[in-house]
Design a protein around this ligand. Structure first.
Ligand SMILES: C=CC1=C(C)c2cc3[nH]c(cc4nc(cc5[nH]c(cc1n2)c(C)c5CCC(=O)O)C(CCC(=O)O)=C4C)c(C)c3C=C
Ligand SMILES: [Fe+2]
Ligand SMILES: [Fe+2]
Length: 339
C-alpha cells in the first residue's frame, strides 16, 4: 500500500483584514470542541457577541505580526513540510484545521498521488480536545464521506517522547546561550477547565488541584494540563534549571469561564513585581510561531514585564523549521511506515 503523511496545524486567516479574520474566527469558534456549549448557545455567543467586536481587534493584532509571504504560522509550517519532505520518499502533505488549506484538500492531494494509507500528524505536542481531537474527528468524518478506501492512522501526542524533549531542550539551550535571564517561564495556550474534565477517560481523576496531574493515572493520556506540566518538568530537568527559577503558566484566555491557571499575564506581572529582572519565556504548546507567541507574548508580554520593573524579556522561538525537529518528524514517519 502506498503511504503518505499529512501534517496538520491550526490555521490562520487568509489575510489580516477584519473581513478575513471574521470568516476564520467564525469557523474556528463554531467548532464544538473549541467552544463546547450547545449549538444554539454557541451560535448566539459567537455570531451575536464575539464576531461583532473580536475580528477588528484580532485583525489589528495580526497586522502587527504578518509577514510579506503571509501568516507566520502558515509560512513556517510550509518550510517545515519542505524539510520533512526532503528526507522522505513518500508524499508529505500539509493542511490546516481552519481556513483555506483544508484537511479535505490535503487528503485529496495525497490520494491524487496514489496514497492509500495516511499518517495524520497533528502538530501539537500535547493532546487537547480543541486541537488534536478536532483534527482526528474531522479527518475520520471526511474519510467516511469522501475517501472510503483510504486508511488513516493518527500520530498521538508526543509531549513526553525523550527525543522530542531533547530537540526542544537543545533549541531552547542554543537560543538562551548568550542571553541574560534569571527566570524561565513556560507558557502554554490555555483551555477552559471544563475541557480537562471532559477529556478525563476515568471520569474521576482530574480535579485540577495541586496533586492530580502528578499522580499516575490512565487519564493522563488525554490530560492537557498533565502533559504541559510534564513538558516543563522534563525540559527543566534536561536544562538543569533550579527549583524556583522556572514555572508553568497558561495564556490566551477568552471569555469568562475559569481556564487553566496560573494565567501568563498575571504571572509575568507577579514575577516582575517580585524582582525578577531578566525573563526568558518559552511556549511549548506551539510548534510554530504564531499570533499567540509573536504578539501576545513577544509584544504584549514584554510591555507588561517592563511596566512592572523588568529589564530583559527574551521570547524563545518555537521549534519552527529547526533541522533537528524536521529530522525527528521524518524519523517518526519512517518508523510508522516500517511498522
Ligand atoms: C475560545 C477558545 C479557544 C480554545 C479552547 C483554544 C485552544 C487552543 N488554541 C491553540 C493554538 C492556537 N490558537 C490560536 C489563536 C486563537 N485561539 C483562540 C481561541 C481558542 N483557542 C482564538 C479566538 C484565536 C485567534 C486569535 C485571537 O483572536 O486571539 C493560534 C494562532 C493562530 C495564528 O493564526 O497565528 C494558535 C496556534 C491551542 C494549542 C489550544 C489548546 C491547547
Ligand atoms: Fe487558540
Ligand atoms: Fe490532572
Amino acid at each position: 500500500m502506498k503511504k503518505g503523511v499529512l501534517l496538520v496545524n491550526l490555521g490562520s486567516p487568509d489575510s489580516p483584514t477584519p473581513k478575513d479574520v471574521k470568516k476564520y474566527l467564525g469557523e474556528f469558534l463554531m467548532d464544538e470542541r473549541v467552544i463546547d456549549i450547545p449549538t444554539i448557545a454557541r451560535a448566539a455567543l459567537v455570531k451575536g457577541i464575539i464576531l461583532k467586536t473580536r475580528p477588528k481587534q484580532s485583525a489589528a493584532a495580526y497586522q502587527k505580526i504578518w509577514w510579506d509571504e503571509g501568516s507566520p504560522l502558515i509560512v513556517i509550517s510550509e518550510r517545515l513540510q519542505a524539510k520533512v519532505q526532503e528526507q522522505l520518499d513518500m508524499p508529505v502533505g500539509l493542511a490546516m484545521r481552519y481556513g483555506s488549506m483544508t484537511i479535505k484538500k490535503g487528503l485529496q492531494a495525497l490520494v491524487d498521488q496514489g496514497v492509500e494509507e495516511v499518517l495524520l500528524f497533528p502538530l501539537y505536542p500535547q493532546f487537547a480536545m480543541a486541537t488534536t481531537e478536532t483534527i482526528t474527528v474531522l479527518a475520520e468524518e471526511l474519510r467516511e464521506a469522501h475517501f472510503p478506501n483510504l486508511k488513516i492512522e493518527s500520530f498521538p501526542a508526543f509531549y513526553n517522547k525523550p527525543e522530542y524533549i531533547s530537540v526542544l531542550s537543545n533549541s531552547i539551550k542554543a537560543y538562551l546561550q548568550d542571553k541574560n535571564y534569571d527566570y524561565v517561564l513556560f507558557s502554554y495556550h490555555g483551555v477552559p477547565e471544563r475541557h480537562i474534565r471532559k477529556s478525563d477517560i476515568t471520569k474521576s481523576h482530574c480535579k485540577i488541584d495541586g496533586s492530580c496531574c502528578a499522580t499516575p493515572s490512565k487519564a493522563h493520556e488525554f490530560c492537557y494540563r498533565h502533559q504541559c506540566l510534564e513538558v516543563t518538568r522534563l525540559v527543566a530537568e534536561k536544562l538543569g534549571l533550579e527549583a524556583g527559577t522556572f514555572s508553568t503558566s497558561f495564556q490566551s484566555r477568552l471569555g469568562f469561564d475559569p481556564w487553566l491557571q496560573p494565567y501568563t499575564d498575571r504571572t509575568i506581572e507577579r514575577l516582575g513585581k517580585q524582582g525578577v529582572k531578566n525573563m526568558a519565556i518559552v511556549t511549548p504548546a506551539f510548534v510554530s510561531d504564531c499570533l499567540e507567541t509573536l504578539e501576545e507574548i513577544a509584544m504584549e508580554g514584554q510591555e507588561l514585564f517592563h511596566e512592572v520593573g523588568g529589564n530583559d524579556f527574551t521570547t524563545v522561538p518555537c521549534l519552527n523549521d529547526d533541522q533537528e525537529w524536521a529530522s525527528l518528524l521524518a524519523t517518526w514517519v519512517e518508523n510508522w511506515a516500517k511498522a
